[in-house]
Ligand binder design. Sequence first.
Ligand code: AMP
Length: 185
Amino acid sequence: MRMLLFGPPGSGKGTQAAVLARELSVPAISTGDMLRSAVAARTPLGERVESIMLGGQLVDDATMAEVVRGRLEAVDACDGFVLDGYPRTLPQAEELDRILDQQGCGLDHVVVLEVPEEELVQRTLDRGRADDSTDIVRHRLREYRNKTEPLIGYYGERHLLRAVDGHQPVAAVTADVLVALGRGA
Ligand code: AMP
């Protein structure tokens, strides 16, 4: 199972990615977690991305390509993964296609978690992360609408996209995602 989870900040991607990875016995790969670890460890990558992340902006596509390529090559992407937080732009989606193509496989499913905007703002504020203050949350939502939402069309055209109602308890969302993947009970 090679799948992407995407959705606006606060839609529950990270939570679902971890649960689904366990259910499907594949690694969860979260670019947000990878970048936060790099910041905490004060690596050169971390130093470069820290202020960008705190400002709620997207890290540039070339940097993200390096991050994700290294990780997918290390796990052998064709064996399966749940990817959370990448791609976030059309060039990133094209890069991911190239990486998988070079490894000789492709994506099986793309799931978008749908959650109403006001609920998103509340959830991210409740989470209380360093990049979760009101203005920055709104900025991250704008980044999502402008740069990430076009991926719905990209994956829709490729018949990979499944939308799931993310405005439900965690276990209900997981159950709906598994149904969307054809793995439901
Ligand atoms: P997340 O945990 O997925 O919400 O990511 C937290 C932050 O990391 C984002 O607001 C971005 O600054 C950065 N980030 C994570 N993944 C990407 C990506 N694929 N492209 C650009 N920036 C990213």
